[in-house]
Design a protein around this ligand. Structure first.
Ligand SMILES: C[S@@+](CC[C@H](N)C(=O)[O-])C[C@H]1O[C@@H](n2cnc3c(N)ncnc32)[C@H](O)[C@@H]1O
Length: 327
């Protein structure tokens, strides 16, 4: 048991060995600073079969698999930074794991080439059980097709869930995805945070779907776009207007700030595309060639079609507002 020492004014010092909070930086891959698609052979010490875990959580299975199979390389995809950090703390000394903090849609669509992965697996993915929330579920027909395209011929995928309606829903998505499926009811055997959680509630059976690739579905990579700058003759900040674009792909204005002294403005937008939602800052600044509208330096976004479109949209909206004023 840890000893505690009272330091006064309700402050307690916990005595004992300090915990190691350092992380394995070598094991982390940034989607922003890496070449896209990612060259996995350059990421790992050895070129060996690749497995991806989607929603790797605290990295428990990732670590176990990597230790048990040193002749394979493991990639954890997890969008929650706190969980990524906790995984990275445990990896030190294990060479065949890399972790990315990225949404699983963008990861496969933009970072992983066709026919490069041997196996994809996901344990207890979020089931989104509420009515109307189905749209948030991973493993839709569209996503299964993307998984198929990134798997090598003969590759396979495995999904395990605690929630039977979600399992049935995924099974219903499989036709037309180039997979043959095998269903199985399995006892608890993965010992992950979420399996332990359901076990503690008394659940003894889980549902496993194995998908065997028997036909290739070609889906080309979503490629990086050039983010152009636009030049305008005039800009009146008081008349700034930027209409939202709504729908499946959307551009929503969040904020506009302008520094009159420095003749510089910043526009904050949220850009949503089918596989990714990003915050974008666009700068408008007076220079030699007039007013320049461009992506602001110093913040990271993936240069997607939506981002390129958003910068152009801001420039067009500013132009439109000026023209309306002069009419
Ligand atoms: C229910 S937890 C399961 C975690 C782990 N597999 C386990 O069994 O303990 C689902 C995990 O998937 C992650 N996740 C959900 N949707 C995701 C997405 N679209 N892209 C990447 N990770 C996602 C969540 O952040 C969470 O860590």
């Amino acid at each position: 048991m840890k000893r505690r020492r009272y330091c006064g004014r309700n402050v307690w010092l916990i005595m004992g060995r300090s915990r190691d909070f350092s992380i394995s930086k070598k094991s982390f891959i940034s989607q922003y600073n890496s070449q896209r698609p990612i060259d996995w052979t350059g990421c790992f010490a050895n070129a060996q079969p690749l497995e991806i875990e989607i929603g790797s959580g605290l990295g428990e299975t990732l670590l176990r698999n990597a230790k048990a199979n040193p002749d394979r390389n493991y990639i954890g995809i997890e969008r929650d930074w706190k969980r990524v950090k906790r995984t990275l703390r445990k990896i030190k000394g294990i060479d065949n794991i890399r972790v990315l903090q990225v949404d699983a849609h963008a990861a496969l669509a933009r970072l992983v080439k066709e026919k490069t992965i041997n196996r994809i697996y996901s344990l207890f993915p979020c089931p989104w059980p509420k009515k109307g929330h189905e749209k948030h579920r991973l493993f839709s027909c569209k996503y299964l097709r993307l998984m198929n395209s990134r798997l090598m011929d003969g590759g396979s995928a495995q999904i395990v869930t605690d929630y039977l309606p979600f399992f049935d829903w995924i099974c219903g998505q499989v036709p037309g995805t180039g997979f043959r499926m095998e269903k199985e009811v399995t006892p608890p055997r993965f010992d992950t945070k979420f399996e332990r959680k359901w076990r503690a509630t008394g659940q003894k059976e889980f549902y496993q779907l194995t998908l065997l690739k028997n036909e290739h579905v070609p889906i080309p990579l979503e490629e990086d776009q050039e983010l152009k700058a636009y030049f305008l003759n005039s800009f009146l900040p008081d008349s700034f207007e930027c209409r939202d674009i709504t729908g499946e792909e959307s551009i929503i204005l969040k904020d506009f700030i302008f520094d009159a002294k420095r003749e510089k403005g910043m526009i904050h937008l949220v850009v949503s595309e089918t596989d990714i939602t990003q915050h974008l800052w666009v700068i408008i600044v007076k220079g030699k060639n007039g007013w320049c509208v461009a992506k602001a330096e110093g913040h990271t976004v993936l240069p997607t079609k939506g981002v390129a479109r958003a910068i152009k949209h801001v420039a067009e909206e500013i132009k439109r507002a000026q023209e309306n004023l002069t009419e």
